[in-house]
Design a protein around this ligand. Sequence first.
Ligand code: UD1
Length: 392
Amino acid sequence: MKACIMCGGAGTRLRPLTFKHPKPSIPILNKPSVRHLIEHLSREGFNEIVMTLGYMGERIEEQLGDGHMFGVHIDYVYEKEKLGTAGGVKNAEKYLKGEPFIVLGGDHVLNLDLREMYRFHEANDAPITIGLLSIDDPREFGIADMDINNRIHRFLEKPKSGQIFSNLASTGIYICSPSIFEWIPQGKKYDFAKDLFPFMLAADKKINGVLVRGKWTDVGSSAAYRQAQRWMLDSLPGTTIEGNFTTRNARIKGPLSIGNNVCIGSNSSLVGPIVIGENTTIGNNVLIGPYSVIGSNCTIEDNAKILSSYLFDNVFIGKESNISGGVVADETIIGEHCFLENGTVIGHKVLIGSNSTVHSGVKIWPEVVIDKDSSIKETVINYDYDASNDGS
Ligand SMILES: CC(=O)N[C@H]1[C@@H](OP(=O)(O)OP(=O)(O)OC[C@H]2O[C@@H](n3ccc(=O)[nH]c3=O)[C@H](O)[C@@H]2O)O[C@H](CO)[C@@H](O)[C@@H]1O
């Protein structure tokens, strides 16, 4: 079966993390998030995949290659300019002929039964089937009004507070028959939710919806990113402690997945679920709490605490520092006695001087240097990085 993964967006809502990684490459359990999606598609039998690429697309192609290591074949199509969701899929039309295909976002993290959705589409006669999920606050999504026979009669993209007529939100996962290509203009910006669905509903063409069960999120914001990591950590098997590491007398409780050549100092305590990449060094008396992911080649010095936090590769955490509910991107250095409060997001190559506090929810742009003894209460932007808002 065929799949089209849309990866053209710039991921602005996930800044500063998306300055270094395109959204589908942001690590989840130390792997580019789109790898988890491709592994799931492969398990579900979608093994002919085309990816539509834009912002930092080469990076994604480099990481995934032709797909053989996941048991799939991947083709890539580049968008020279932003074509929108449907326009991007139209651009990949030559790979999607002859049979229905599934469309997903490159930032989707899920464990849904996609085959069930595909079978539903095959058994019914609508040219498109939208995967719907019941969501408490659907303002960030497209919402649909569906009848008992699964036909959608109304669809509204990102409704405002007074406009919410349904809490059935579009997951942005569609099963499409190739006949939809007739209605999508070539080489023009065109969206499923903003253009194609309104056109189809006005022309009385059938759109079906299907309720999906299981876990799904698009990694559109740092809160969704943290949620996605938690789900994936919850799926680590039982009490497994795997990998090749050395320690003197650390207390370790799984589930824990650990890379090769990790060194854990004495009297440290690790409570899973935790994932640690290779060549990472953890000092003495360090506490690493549940729902933490530490990348490769990181150094965590003595008496530091890492609680429900995500460190990318090559991160340095100084002595006695405390990272609680934070995300720290690659090659960042956090000095001694620092405190990163809940919800902080630190870009790559940042330097935070000792004895500093970064308050809750603050984001720090890449390559910023924070003086020692600072108390940072507001987002710090580095204007050398493109701050234009050119997509999500
Ligand atoms: C307009 C649209 O379809 N909206 C849907 C989209 O909103 P949402 O706001 O999430 O849509 P995004 O702008 O994130 O785009 C969705 C996906 O399309 C890709 N992309 C986007 C623009 C582009 O020119 N090229 C490209 O490839 C993005 O990389 C992303 O993977 O997903 C939500 C579920 O998450 C749905 O509820 C919304 O109905």
